[in-house]
Ligand binder design. Sequence first.
Ligand code: FE2
Length: 354
Amino acid sequence: MIPPFQFECHSPTVLFGAGRVADLAGRLDQIGKSRALLVTTEGGARRYRQVAEVLASRLRASFDRAVPHCPLEVANAALDAFRRRECDAVVTVGGGSTIGLGKYIAAETGAPHIALPTTLSGSEMTPLFGVLVDGEKRTRREPRALANTVIVDPVLARSLPIRETATTGMNALAHCIEALYVPKRNPLTSQLALTGIDMLYRALRKLADEPADLEARTEAAYGATIGGLMINSVGIGMHHRICHILGGRFEVPHGESNCVVLPHVLAYNASAIPEACSMMALVMGAHPAAALQRLVRDLGAPVALRELGVPADSIIAIASESFHHIDDNPLPVDEAAVLKLLQAAWAGQGPAVS
Ligand SMILES: [Fe+2]
């Protein structure tokens, strides 16, 4: 029996598949733009030369100074290049910080943004972005920052190092797993989220042994795209609240905190989502939370907060702060439960599966 539900999702146009970078020029023509600013990192300018080649005469200017965390000075330098060269569209190729520059320009100017993601964070699907101002990350969410078009070409992501594949892949898995238990979940999103989990888990398992496997890269990118849709459609929950506190207080990179925390939060919530856990068990085995932590280890990514520079004596304060930010968990949460979970995560213990 399908229960009554409400489904909402604002999504960019998605062009998905190996080789689809070739469609970039045609897409620009289709939306009536012809003077692109191409934004990437210094390394990206070398790795993704093909994007500039596809743009050909539509490439008005390049900005290859994207750096992690999107500092305001860098964002304004990119915006300045966009305005000075009279560009009419921004094209980004890279990870979340590079795509964040595209969102900043789109939010400030209203120009269309075409994003070509090379990681699995799913950030290209959302209107959320952060800018670093005086050492503090300021997050913005603006409808104008939603990309016009996302081109997911797994061939571009083939050179992504396994560490980034693991950390951004676990972030994508978290977007899908949290979609199973947040209050706005509905049959459509749950079905999609389970597909995303299936794709990501199987793909990351394969990539642990064969990092350049194109089929696995394609499946992972598909799962990551679903993960981005899930953020837009149903939002985030307890796991992300904890990761954001860890990021804000100790600058733990988002993907790395995902690797450590996700198995523990899933183990905590498992009894509240038995059906979803049964579905996940078909892919991952009897204990999905334990399987996730094994996967993280096999990918060579961190499983303990102590590896990430989080001091032992800060755990009580993190637990308290996290608890006060969790408002929508399927199981009742108290401060002691969060503390227990974080102590296990700090030490790198196995998740408390029952
Ligand atoms: Fe995330």
